[in-house]
Design a protein around this ligand. Structure first.
Ligand code: AHR
Length: 503
């Protein structure tokens, strides 16, 4: 019997809601056909945004949406996407399939979408191929309330009041598609560009996100931070609020990543062990950040994460359309538990990429929409948003078929919400073994418990023909007697228990 120990008196800080964020790029059918169908579409929409998709994303309480890329961001010229749609410039999306981008979804449409979703805005600027002036004017266009050329232009285009810009990315993957820069060069460019990302309206601070490392490139983190903190006014603290980290779980080599649906037991464990590697990445990058920022004021922003597999057979390779299985549910559950446990450093995370691209939470086909296993995990975990992380541990060993690819049999995280309810989320990565668990809540007794679970066969997925194969179901198979709570966590499962506990 494994013991899950919870210490309600050891509160470790707030789990920022932004950890449950999403990322949407002008890539394949993420924006066009995913979020946006246009006002004239027969698909039900409000100002062009799909009603079904907006409702589904509101249900999981999407807290923030990163846009417009990705690699696309460093080739995007925002002025091409404002004004009357008929006059908007068309461009080639060179990164993603070479298709024509007609810019019908631009700044106004993005903020309309955020408003409908009820989420914060995270706009990623163009440092790779754009000018300082262009970046500066975009922020002015979005946020300035007074009189200026850009705020006047915004008004001419139909939006009187500025929008709230919570986060602004100063470039994306500038070590790669964003300009192939060396860390020294990017750091200099960051120092210059960020200077002109202004806070125009005193009350609204724009959080600046600096392009951070790819995977385990610790040298990038060290070099960039070293140069940002050099000769800088200590009050400005390096002039960054967040440092991004990108990490994708790719089971095979890049040229043969592996199928999203057709994989065996070995690949299941390999994928999930690679997902758990996120823990090491956060610890090691965070330790470097501690050298410059011991009080952890600068957030690690994992603004691209998720599984990356071969595209679905017969689809455009540049569109990155992949299916989603029970393996992805585990990948998400494990990663979100890791983020929760590091919420003293991780201030935001954005799953790549919301709809029809990579590890999506939603797939669409014309007017039809299905929710993926990953969606249901976000639904289970949403109760952690803005909760207080509690100290917790579980004494289990590891699972895996190869020595190199082992991961904890069970992962967990626990938070307490504003009403004092405890939220426990657990993953069981074993393909075969159920895990009996006793819950020990120090100094308290479990008075009332409820559970919901996502579980299924290894390759189980939802399709347009069978959209309900993997969903969240009530979990009632627990014992709650005399203040003691115990249950058996099935193999291949992600569980959320909410527990009212009394002293
Ligand atoms: O999410 C797909 C791509 O992956 C993004 O455009 C880029 O930032 C990363 O390499």
């Amino acid at each position: 019997m494994a013991k899950l120990k919870i210490q309600p008196d050891k509160r470790l800080g707030t789990i920022r809601k932004e950890i449950y964020g999403h990322f949407s790029e002008h890539l394949g059918r993420c924006i066009y056909g995913g979020f946006y169908v246009g006002e004239d579409s027969a698909i039900p929409n409000v100002h062009g945004m799909r009603t079904d998709v907006v409702e589904a994303m509101r249900k999981i309480r999407i807290p923030v949406l990163r846009w417009p890329g990705g690699c696309f961001a460093d080739e995007y010229h925002w002025m091409d996407g404002i004004g009357p749609k008929a006059n908007r410039k068309k461009m080639i999306n060179t990164n993603w399939g070479g298709v024509t981008e007609d810019n019908s979804f631009g700044t106004h449409e993005y903020f309309e979408l955020c408003e409908q979703l009820g989420c914060e805005a995270y706009v990623n600027g163009n440092l790779g191929s754009g000018t300082v002036r262009e970046m500066s004017e975009w922020v002015e266009y979005i946020t300035l309330d007074g009189v200026s050329p850009m705020s006047n232009l915004r008004r001419e285009n139909g939006h009187e009041k500025p929008w709230k810009l919570s986060y602004f990315g100063v470039g994306n993957e500038n070590w790669g598609c964003g300009g192939n820069m060396l860390p020294e060069y990017y750091a200099s460019e960051y120092r210059r560009y960020q200077t002109f990302v202004r806070n125009y309206n005193n009350a609204e601070h724009v959080n600046k996100i600096c392009c951070g490392p790819n995977n385990d490139d610790y040298e990038w983190t060290k070099t960039v931070l070293g140069l940002l903190f050099r000769n800088c006014d200590p009050r400005s603290h390096g002039n960054l609020d967040g440092l991004s980290l990108h990490y994708y779980v790719v089971p095979g080599p890049w040229e043969n990543k592996g199928s999203a649906t057709d994989f065996d037991e070995k690949v299941w464990y390999k994928t999930l062990a690679k997902a758990y590697f996120m823990d090491e990445l956060i610890r090691k990058h965070s330790a470097i950040m501690d050298e410059f920022d011991p009080e952890r004021k600068i957030a690690l922003i994992v603004d691209e994460w998720g599984g990356w597999y071969d595209v679905e057979p017969g689809t455009n390779p540049g569109f990155l359309y992949q299916q989603n299985t029970m393996r992805d549910a585990l990948l998400a559950g494990i990663t979100l538990n890791v983020f929760n446990k590091h919420s003293d450093r991780v201030g935001m995370a954005n799953l790549a990429q919301t709809i029809n691209v990579l590890q999506s939470v939603i797939l669409t086909e014309g007017a039809d929409m299905i929710l993926t296993p990953t969606y249901h995990v976000f639904d289970l975990y949403k109760e952690h948003q803005e909760g207080q992380l509690l100290e917790s541990s579980i004494d289990v060993g590891s699972v895996g078929m190869e020595a190199e690819y082992q991961l904890p049999w069970v992962t967990e995280s626990v938070s307490e919400d504003a009403d004092g309810v405890l939220h426990i989320t657990l993953t069981n990565a074993s393909l075969t073994e159920a895990c009996p668990i006793d819950v020990e809540i120090a100094g308290r007794k479990a008075a009332e418990a409820n559970g919901e679970i996502v579980c299924g066969a290894m390759n189980a997925k939802n399709t347009f023909a069978e959209p309900q194969c993997v969903t969240a179901k009530a979990f009632t198979d627990f014992r709650s007697e005399n203040g003691a709570l115990s249950f058996t966590l099935p193999p291949r499962s992600v569980l959320h228990m909410s527990v009212k506990a009394e002293a």
